[in-house]
Write a protein that binds this ligand. Structure first.
Ligand code: CA2
Length: 152
């Protein structure tokens, strides 16, 4: 079967607040700006994007499971679930799609509880602390991984 020309973009809890509070940490761009940036970056490669943001873990897991049907990879900022969620990690490893993990802030330079990521070793691409622009970097790197898999 040919590789689907679609990515799933997942933003976890509280990322709907982007651009409304804490600009010193997360910048002033909104979730809409993030989704638009990812769509434009992928479109430059002829790739479509389905975007989901939810404050509910089960909604994110259902979206990840559905990606098996029609997506070539997943770009995810799991928000605080990064540091707490075995079930989110299990969903990502269960669908066996290439995953890019994105964090807007530099979690390594923040509180110690943000230093551990359950997603880290199920992701093949990691973009941390590059602000919202990091989502575009993640798309580019993930598409390169997917292209390499299709060649090999
Ligand atoms: O830096 C990131 O992208 C994070 O994934 C964001 C999460 C945080 O728990 C992670 O440690 C790092 C928090 C998302 C909350 O986003 C907000 C945005 C604006 C205002 C308030 C929260």
């Amino acid at each position: 079967m040919s590789t689907p020309r679609r990515l799933l973009l997942v933003n976890g809890p509280n990322l709907n607040l982007l651009g409304t509070r804490e600009p010193g940490i997360y910048g002033s761009q909104t979730l809409h700006d993030v989704e638009d940036l990812v769509a434009r970056t992928a479109a430059a490669h002829g790739i479509d994007v389905r975007a989901v943001q939810s404050n509910h873990e089960g909604v994110l897991i259902d979206a990840i499971h559905a990606a098996r049907e029609d997506c070539a990879g997943i770009v995810i900022n799991p928000g605080g679930l990064t540091h707490t969620s075995v079930v989110l990690r299990d969903a990502l490893s269960g669908v066996a799609l290439p995953v890019a993990e994105v964090h807007i802030s530099d979690v390594r330079a923040r509180e110690s509880f943000r230093h551990f990521s359950y997603v880290q070793d199920v992701a093949v691409v990691h973009v941390i602390g590059e602000g919202v622009a990091g989502y575009a970097t993640a798309v580019e790197r993930l598409l390169a991984v997917i292209a390499g898999q299709a060649d090999g």
